[in-house]
Ligand binder design. Sequence first.
Ligand SMILES: Cc1ncc(COP(=O)(O)O)c(C=O)c1O
Length: 385
Amino acid sequence: MLSLLPQLGVEDTAAIVAHLPRLKARLAHLTAAMPGMQHSIAIKTNPQISLLRTLVGWGYGLEAASIEEVRRAKTAGCCVDQIVFDSPVKTRLEIAEVAYERGMLVNVNTLDELERFPADATCVLGIRINPQVHAGSPDMFDVSKNESKFGVPISNQSELIRAALAYPVGALHIHSGSQMQNLEAQKEALVGLRDVALAINALAPGKIHTLDIGGGLPSEPLEGQTKMASYGAMVQEVFRGTSFKLVTEFGQWVHASAGFALTAIEYVIHPDRIFVHLGADFFMRDAYTTARPFPLAVISSRGEWRGGQQRPFDIAGPLCFAGDYLAHKKNLPGDLQESDYLVIDETGANTYALWSRHCSRTVPSYWAWDGNSIVKWAERQTIGF
Ligand SMILES: Cc1ncc(COP(=O)(O)O)c(C=O)c1O
């Protein structure tokens, strides 16, 4: 933090920072919890290109939700066989672009989509299954309801098996939803996935060789028995004795705490409101749904942490609509002042990725902290409509 402030230009009213030591620790924890699997990290959670290059450089794959993200993964240097392509609306042109990418896992969202692939495709063709379990994701992120637009319902087992046998399918995929709370329900989803694969292989030995179990764990501190460790043990238990290659697609769990942001406090309005330069543009999901409890601190422009007695403030963002608040009645040091910086921690997931162009405000510069020094990864970007 102290090395960042002197590097900010006069126009840098806000800055976004990747916390690489935390990122590394989280990935190490994921790999220890689920050893021997391919971890393709969800690009949509944080698509910053240097961040993707870092993940790839450390040996991780990337999960792409659009053809643009597939291209981004390649630009980041990701080997094709570590890329997973999951868009639910792949066009014929997009399918032509990936069909002969040997080893790329391409998951179809519906059985109709299978017909668009050439019979001699060399990508690994997977079918997304809706496991129809309720793993406790908030409504908006629960993709496993019976009427979900994602995947073929597992209750259509005979159709699934028929399709897997009729097309060059080698993989099956589930992603139950984000911020799953109920691991027992998720276990049911894993067992369902395994059993469909075994049923297909009983008819055509070796047909299904890859199972992609998606992502979906909420962020958590790396202390004590983590949910990730429990989930890893569960995954290993469910697939014990099988020889499937297992793939994961975590996003939020990996990235959320591996980043922070700071914004100048532009106005302090008596008695309890501050205006800052990051609002519903950076915290789009939070402003439009429920705000995550980001840890907050205040530092002066000279680099001194404010430690005055805490009192509640409303934190207003810069956009011109009434709902643009990062938080209401949040305790902050009472001695904060105009031109101080509000430091917002744990902003690494679903923030920069969702940047809203509302009001055409400039996207802040992006930085990386490696534990010793801070370097600029990207300049401020002007929005081009
Ligand atoms: C198919 C798929 N895989 C992985 C993810 C990443 O989910 P999470 O960030 O909850 O781990 C998502 C999120 O939307 C997704 O749709």
